[in-house]
Design a protein around this ligand. Structure first.
Ligand SMILES: [Zn+2]
Ligand SMILES: [Zn+2]
Length: 444
């Protein structure tokens, strides 16, 4: 096969095939490469080596493979490796795609209509919001359509290097319909976010790659676990909601005392010190704040606020927990990852299928943090359910006994509400109310 020397913009739809092209390159040298564990780095090295193609975009078809040179950190030489476009999903397999980008969009309404016309004839459901500050997208669809949209978007230089998170949606669409429109705020926050300097990366936390994050976390936990050393000047901050923490979080992260991101106010209490505020009384100049959220966007937003508050040492997990699980597996993470779609929560293995049964042994022990909201006993499944009372609809964790005793409701009061739905079995979500209302009419 002929060599293709090319600048490959990092395309997370594909992963490197871990087979060297020929036997003259030992497995060792390739492993050396993969321990860099930062595929972006490999590719950006390529860019330096082959300046002539810098700025050009290399694309290739599913299932195609080609040769490329990659930089070996062991001997400083360029080694030939085979990059394969491993096809991860069949065309008709459903996936959920998440990405965002803060970038100035001159005419967001015009951009919205361009996107809408691309969607014509494509089977995509989800929430895709645009405004002058950029785009925030989470949607589901058969991989053929879902990935075509990403590919199309990446042809635009403003979006060419977006970090895309992909996860399986085994029960089909994870969103009821497509909402693609202009939205004044890409992220819900009480006071809005349009006034924040989101387009200026220096105002955000410093992004750490998953491996850098892991290293930093491990160092912090090591020091905090040994008795003789003082606690580190470091705070691990979960920037999500309390109920998200409840099904899974980084070991050592305190449960956020908020149930809605928009009201998150860490570090904002000035006169009154709130006990639950992990940033109260923190030295803004000297303390490392390690912040994480699901996909990175909430940290980008919230870190600009903390920056404005005077916090100096802000770090964030690039691409959020989903990117971390995809790259590092569940190391340092306990439980599942809460997601804002019909799937509600995903095990780490959804992001990195190689996570073996060996790792899940550790998982079982670590589930003990997940408690039934009603009786506080340990739950067997790390997944919320909605209260069967339509007018409550609270997302809550519930043990099997309480599901039974309370007929799928969150409390005794809800069990006597007028618009009760049947107890949902297993992984399902509730459908539209008329489904249950009509059932009830029929049974009368
Ligand atoms: Zn219970
Ligand atoms: Zn309820």
């Amino acid at each position: 096969m002929a060599f293709s020397y090319a600048l490959i913009t990092w395309n997370p739809l594909f992963s490197l095939n871990s087979t060297p092209t020929s036997k003259k390159y030992t497995t060792g040298s390739f492993q050396e490469l993969s321990t860099l564990n930062n595929r972006t780095q490999i590719f950006s090295s390529l860019q330096y080596k082959h300046n002539f193609c810098s700025g050009s975009r290399f694309s290739w078809k599913y299932g195609e493979s080609f040769n490329l040179l990659a930089f070996s950190s062991s001997n400083g030489n360029w080694v030939e490796v085979e990059a394969g476009a491993r096809k991860e999903y069949e065309d008709d397999e459903f996936i959920v795609v998440n990405f965002y980008r803060f970038v100035f969009i001159q005419d967001p309404e015009e951009e919205v209509s361009k996107h809408l016309s691309f969607m014509q004839g494509r089977d995509i459901h989800g929430r895709i919001y645009l405004n002058e500050q950029g785009i925030n997208a989470q949607y589901s669809g058969p991989s053929k359509d879902a990935l075509a949209y990403v590919e199309w978007l990446k042809e635009d230089h403003r979006f060419s290097d977006i970090l895309v998170q992909i996860s399986p949606a085994i029960s089909g669409h994870a969103f009821p319909k497509l909402k693609l429109r202009y939205k004044p705020s890409l992220v819900q926050l009480e006071e809005g976010i349009s006034h924040l300097p989101l387009l200026d990366p220096s105002m955000r936390a410093t992004p750490l790659t998953p491996s850098e994050w892991r290293t930093k976390l491990e160092a912090v936990n090591k020091i905090d676990n040994s008795l003789n050393t003082p606690k580190t000047n470091c705070i691990l901050l979960d920037v999500r909601n309390g109920y998200e923490w409840d099904v899974g979080h980084f070991r050592g992260a305190q449960r956020p005392d908020v149930d809605c991101f928009r009201s998150t106010s860490f570090g904002l209490s000035e006169t009154e010190v709130i006990a639950s505020d992990p940033l109260a009384n923190v030295d803004q100049e000297k303390t490392d704040i390690l912040m994480y959220c699901t996909g990175g966007i909430r940290c980008d937003v919230y870190s600009t606020i903390l920056r404005q508050q005077g916090f100096k040492r802000l770090y964030t997990l690039k691409g959020g927990v989903s990117h971390y699980l995809e790259n590092e597996g569940s190391v340092g993470w306990v439980g599942n990852l809460f997601v804002f779609d019909a799937r509600l929560s995903l095990p780490p293995s959804a992001y990195k299928p190689e996570i073996s049964a060996a790792a899940s042994g550790e998982q079982e022990v670590s589930h003990s943090f997940a408690k039934c909201y009603i009786c506080e006993s340990q739950v067997s499944e790390l997944r919320h359910r909605n209260c069967a009372n339509l007018d409550c609809n609270l997302l809550f964790l519930c043990c099997l006994k309480c599901v039974d005793d309370f007929r799928g409701c969150c409390c005794m009061k809800c069990t006597s509400a007028p618009r009760l739905r049947p107890v949902l079995p297993g992984h399902q979500r509730y459908q539209k109310w008329h489904t249950y209302r009509d059932l009830e009419l029929q049974s009368r």
